[in-house]
Design a protein. Structure first.
Length: 152
């Protein structure tokens, strides 16, 4: 191969590298605009599988630890309503009150199933429908300028 062809090959390689460097963009994972909504949706999708396998409380604790590592202000209260009982796991910082039961942070209780449950978290009250069985959850996240709440 003569020097002229070597020059053209080297020039082509350099131009391809420059073109590739300029026009290829790295696939960056965008930071979600609403981390709260993504966390809630993720829990709502995965929790039924954990409940069916009998590991809802363990799953909820692990989920909360992961969620709190991403969003330190994330809190939740999980309810599992069965035919006879209501199991409650509080992952909210203030002590919550449910039908005259006090539940502290990372504490769980089981009580006989009422028709409805009134939950007090701080100054706010929420009504949980216990007439139907299944998973019910209150999700909270407070920032300086906003408060996100979802009751599912």
């Amino acid at each position: 191969m003569n020097k002229k062809s070597q020059f053209y090959i080297l020039t082509a390689v350099v131009l391809i590298a420059i073109t590739f460097g300029l026009f290829s963009s790295q696939k960056m994972i965008p930071k979600p605009e609403n981390a709260f909504g993504l966390l809630v949706d993720n829990y709502l999708k995965e929790a039924p599988f954990a409940a069916n396998s009998g590991n809802l409380e363990d799953f909820t604790l692990r989920f909360y630890d992961l969620a709190a590592s991403k969003e330190p202000d994330f809190e939740m209260v999980s309810f599992y309503v069965s035919q006879d009982n209501v199991s409650v796991l509080s992952l909210a910082k203030p002590t919550i009150f449910i039908n005259q039961h006090n539940v502290s942070f990372r504490q769980s209780i089981v009580f006989q199933r009422p028709d409805a449950a009134m939950v007090s978290i701080g100054q706010e009250q929420y009504s949980i429908d216990t007439a139907t069985t299944g998973i019910k959850t209150i999700f909270l996240m407070s920032k300086e300028d906003s408060r996100n709440v979802r009751v599912e």
